[in-house]
Design a protein around this ligand. Sequence first.
Ligand SMILES: CC(C)(COP(=O)(O)OP(=O)(O)OC[C@H]1O[C@@H](n2cnc3c(N)ncnc32)[C@H](O)[C@@H]1OP(=O)(O)O)[C@@H](O)C(=O)NCCC(=O)NCCSC(=O)/C=C/c1ccc(O)c(O)c1
Ligand SMILES: O=C(O)CCC(=O)C(=O)O
Ligand SMILES: [Fe+2]
Length: 361
Amino acid sequence: MAPSISMTPSNPLDILDFVVNKGHGVKGLADLGLKTLPHQYIQPPQERFDHTSNEELNEDSIPVIDLSNSDDPKVAKAVCDAAQKWGFFQIINHGIPIHVLGNVKDATHKFFELPAEEKKKYSKEQSGTNNVRFGTSFTPEAEKALEWKDYLSLFFVSDDEAASLWPAICRNEALEYIRSSETVVKRLLKILMNGLNVKDIDSTKESILMGSKRINLNYYPKCPNPELTVGVGRHSDVSTLTILLQDDIGGLYVRNTKTMEWVHVPPVNGSLVINVGDALQIMSNGKYKSVEHRVTANGNDSRISVPIFVNPRPSDIIGPLVEMVESGEKPIYKHVLYSDYVKHFFRKAHDGKATIDFAKV
Ligand SMILES: CC(C)(COP(=O)(O)OP(=O)(O)OC[C@H]1O[C@@H](n2cnc3c(N)ncnc32)[C@H](O)[C@@H]1OP(=O)(O)O)[C@@H](O)C(=O)NCCC(=O)NCCSC(=O)/C=C/c1ccc(O)c(O)c1
Ligand SMILES: O=C(O)CCC(=O)C(=O)O
Ligand SMILES: [Fe+2]
């Protein structure tokens, strides 16, 4: 339902109040049927997408890896090669049932269709916990220009906590997606650790690699001037690995670190996009790359995506794994408390690959 007249921003200066403070999000703004983009969303030219470049000519693409043949050494090689070259790949035949993915996509739409006052119960101000957060853009307080995105971010602590704190409309679907991804996450991490000559993932290592999880439900409404703004600005994830479910709209772009060109990640039916995050780049002493990516705004359709961020625990100290440096290789990262690293990321606007400087020697 569109907000009533009294709830709509009466002048452009009220936009921030309407979207951020009143909790309508950018979806509330889009639902008003705006014909032009409010100036608060206009990105500097260097951050906008170049819609004149001919993507079809760009033959680069991130690999799509079929995981059905579990013991094939070629699969392991493809995963490790992709993590080094691209930091990104897609997986098919990953073992997560298609209905689980369909259900979490449906639940995401249902959550964002809720009235603003319902969604606002999960905002930073009202949720009463840092583990549940409905928000818009990334860090509106620190950003020069806002991003065209709303999100619900859920930090997983336990099924019991989720039962009492997560929104009922998407709770079970989100939990089921997290649970069903466990096997493939372990399999990918085993392959990636093997590629670093780390043969044994004991419980301490497992905890550092995948001891905490956060799921985000992202909503990108249809945008009046997509060429002037972004859905998500350039950033790398701070996770170990990210497992991203996208719908069939498209709009995620990944940096090719050799050519510096932006490469589209096309939606592939039933696939999941996997990317290396900063924590794994640090632990692998730079061997696996956490690569910059960003998302366009779209003038024709709304879009959703659902990343699961697989992380160390907030209390873990992360740094290059001993196996990486025991043979004399120089550590390029120092040891940092993971929650300090994440707070550093969250307190500033998206700024490409700059976050990892926090951990550089
Ligand atoms: C996140 C923290 C640090 C929060 O700890 P807490 O003690 O509650 O710290 P805090 O001081 O209240 O929060 C730190 C700041 O982060 C902000 N913040 C907290 N959670 C979120 C969130 N989900 N989204 C945005 N900002 C957040 C807070 O607003 C704080 O800023 P400020 O209000 O003080 O200015 C803790 O839970 C932790 O260490 N978690 C580790 C696991 C984890 O969550 N890892 C992150 C994986 S997320 C990842 O890799 C990528 C995320 C991403 C990328 C692009 C986007 O566009 C986007 O929206 C999100
Ligand atoms: O929506 C997407 O495809 C990617 C979103 C993203 O990069 C993130 O949430 O970290
Ligand atoms: Fe991301």
